[in-house]
Ligand binder design. Sequence first.
Ligand code: SF4
Ligand code: SF4
Length: 352
Amino acid sequence: MSLTQRIKEKAISLGFDLVGIAPADRAPHAEAYHRWLANGYAAQMSWLARDPERRVTPRLVLSGAQSAVVVGLSYFTHNPPAELWNDPSRGRIARYAWGLDYHEIMLPRLRELGEFINTETRFWQKSEALNWRAYVDTGPILERDLAAQAGLGFIGKNCLLINPRIGAYLFLGEILLDFELEYDEPIHCSCGNCSRCLTICPTQALPTAYLLDSNCCISYLTIEHKESIPLPLRPLMGNWIFGCDACQEICPWVRRYSQVGRQPFLHYDPEWVAPNLLELMALDETAFRSRFKGTPILRSKRRGLLRNVAIALGNWGNPIALPILQQATQDPEPLIREHAQWAIERIKSLKV
Ligand code: SF4
Ligand code: SF4
């Protein structure tokens, strides 16, 4: 068995659902990425614009990089009952955040894979110790490009990687290494004439195929955006309070082929999947930290999550939310106060 095959077997034995290997070349979409940044589509994600040439050139990340071992882990879990999804008194959370922080699951496995490759190359190929680095969306790398090059899937019009066998609910990770391996071929699949994700997007954050405008993407707004949510977008956000899966849920590839991973690790619990908005609005800092300890939700901080919850309560439009929102207008955090006030006015206007 070749070294490349042994690496792939090891990756699968570590629980990854997909593994492929690509040459560590400059990203095929490097120029498109530069244009995307220049047009301001990264919004406030300033780290994406920091040294952008490095982000599209793996050899500037790891000197001498020759190969990228790319892995995928499915985070699909079966859909909750429809009444939960459709209950506007509950907030919706993107599927990837229905459990503990995926970095904690992916990174130790990737590092074990890196150590394995290091040992194999030294003992079997009689080479020097490898230079390698592992990332799970933690490094300056265009992950989806690398994954597509490694044959893990194709990039859809919603800008996500789609695997024709297990769908698009995938965590990706990669190991860059300064050693040549046997490379996989990209998959030749496409969206064809479909454009459902472009049509379904509530905020028109996909103005055209293969272009994401983060400025109005609910995923960006609810997680990465740190300030006030622009007024025209608030009513369009519905009850999404952390991330958004609308452009995935509608995708025929996702609907037809999504598979639960071989080692599922996300819970299915109504209070994780669609928590009660009134309860969330009442969380103080201590309760927020305790409830979301170890989960991706911490990224938004309490101020960001309660800002989103206030919008969802405003969109629900039920006067039962008025007392807790009134209380939130006294919150020490100005961001929460402002959005609570907006929600109160929206509920009153919807009632009339
Ligand atoms: S995540 Fe939601 S808001 Fe963002 S592009 Fe997809 S459907 Fe639109
Ligand atoms: S919904 Fe259609 S256009 Fe969008 S990614 Fe899926 S297949 Fe492609």
